[in-house]
Design a protein around this ligand. Sequence first.
Ligand SMILES: Nc1ncnc2c1ncn2[C@@H]1O[C@H](COP(=O)(O)OP(=O)(O)O)[C@@H](O)[C@H]1O
Ligand SMILES: [Mg+2]
Length: 428
Amino acid sequence: MILCLYLLMILIVGATRMGKTFGVIDKLTHETRKILALDPQDSLSRRFFQHHICGGSTKRILYDQLRRTDRAPGFISLWESEHTDPLQRLRENDYERSLIAEPLYGRRSLDGVSRPRIAEYTDEALKVIQFQNAYAPLFWLPFAIQPHLPDFEFLLRHCTHQETVDRLQSLAKLSPGQLRNEVSPTLRLLEPACRDPAFISRCGTLHCDDLINRYDTLIVEGSGATDQTIEIVLQLWTYKAIQYVERHKRSLVLVIDEAANWNLITKDLLRAVATLEKYGFELILITQSLSIVSSEIRVTLFQNARRVECYRVGSLEDARLMSGIFGALQYDPDSSGGVSGQGKMLIQELMTLPVGTRYVREQGHVFKEQSPILKDSYAWPGISEHMMQDAIQNIIQGADYQTPKYCTPASVRGRQRGSNADESSWRG
Ligand SMILES: Nc1ncnc2c1ncn2[C@@H]1O[C@H](COP(=O)(O)OP(=O)(O)O)[C@@H](O)[C@H]1O
Ligand SMILES: [Mg+2]
C-alpha cells in the first residue's frame, strides 16, 4: 500500500558523521510539543539532553540509558486486555503479543522449516505470561517451554488460558531428545533477550502510556545494550507512541535516529503518521541510507515527507535515490545512462557535501543550506559533561525508576508458599 498524503514527517538522510544528528537538536530544543527521542546509539540523546539541562529547561525529563541496570524504569510488560467485548479483547490481546513477538524475530531470517514451530511456541510462551493470575515479568518467557524446570510448573499453575496450559503440558511427555528438537529453536530466539540484564531490568509494571503522559521529554538511549534489546525496546516505544496519540489525541514528536539500521521504519509507523497527523503527531526519521529499506517503504517516505534533508551520502546508490528527490534526474536522450548532465553533477555534489551542509526539499522548493552551528553550552566541555552526569543521577532517583533484581517464578512463589506473588515480591 502506498500512502499519498502530505504528512507531518521529516526525513533526514546522510552518511555517518555528516551532521544529521546535530542538525535536528536545534529544532528539538525549540519544540513545544512532547518529545519522544529514540536513539540506538548515544549521540542524539546525549547532545539533546545536554542542551536541555544547560539551557535550564524546567521540563520533566525521562532519560533511559539501556546500558544502565542499577536504576531503570520498568515498562516492558505484556498486559491482558480489559475490554468488555470478547472479540475486542481477543484482538487487543493478540496485538499486545505481536508487539513483543515481532521485534523478537527482528530481521533474523528464520528458516522455512522451523519458522511455524518457533512462531507457535513463542506465542504460547507469551500467552503464559499474558494470562497469569499473578504478575509475571516478561523475562520469564523461556521457562514456559521448559517442562523439566520447577519454574514451568509454577508458571502453568497460575496461567488462566487452559488451551495453552494443555498444549504446553504435552511437552512434559516428550523424551529429552524430542523435547530438544521441539523447543530448542524457540529457546535460542527467546533466551538472548530474556537473559540480558538491560532487558530484565526494564521488565515491570509501568504503562508506557502513563510515562509518556507524565513527562515532557522522553529520551531512550541504546548505546551499550545488545542489538536485540535495542531493537525490541525501541520498536516497542514506537508502537506505544502511536497508541498514546491514538488514545489521548494529544500531539507528540517522535524522533528516531539511525532508524533504518535498526529496523525501526515499519509500515505500521508510516500508516500511523497518516492517521494521527490530525492530532499533531510528527515523525522525524534520521537514517544513514535509504538503499537498505524496501522500495515500497522508500516510495512512501519520499512521497509523504513534508521535508527531506540530505547531507553527504555514502554510496552511489543513495546519491542516485536522493538526486531523484531533488528533481534533477531528468531523462536525457543523448546520454546512454538516462541521467542528464545536471543529474550527474548533483549526484557528485551529494557525495562530496561538507559536514553540516544539506540539500533540502520542502513544500516543492529545493535549496541548499548550512545547519545551524551547535555550540557547546560552556566554554569547557568538561563542565557540561559534569552537569549532565549530575542531572542523570538526579533523574534516576525518581519514583518511576526501580532497582531491579533477578528472580525466577519458583524462587518468588516458593517464598510465598504458593500464594499469589505480586509485583513487589519479584523485585525482592
Ligand atoms: N551543526 C553542527 N554544529 C556543530 N558541529 C557539528 C554540526 N554538524 C556536525 N558537527 C560536527 O560533526 C560531528 C558529526 O555530527 P553528527 O550530527 O553526530 O553526525 P551524524 O549524525 O551524521 O553521524 C559532530 O560531532 C560535530 O563535531
Ligand atoms: Mg548520528
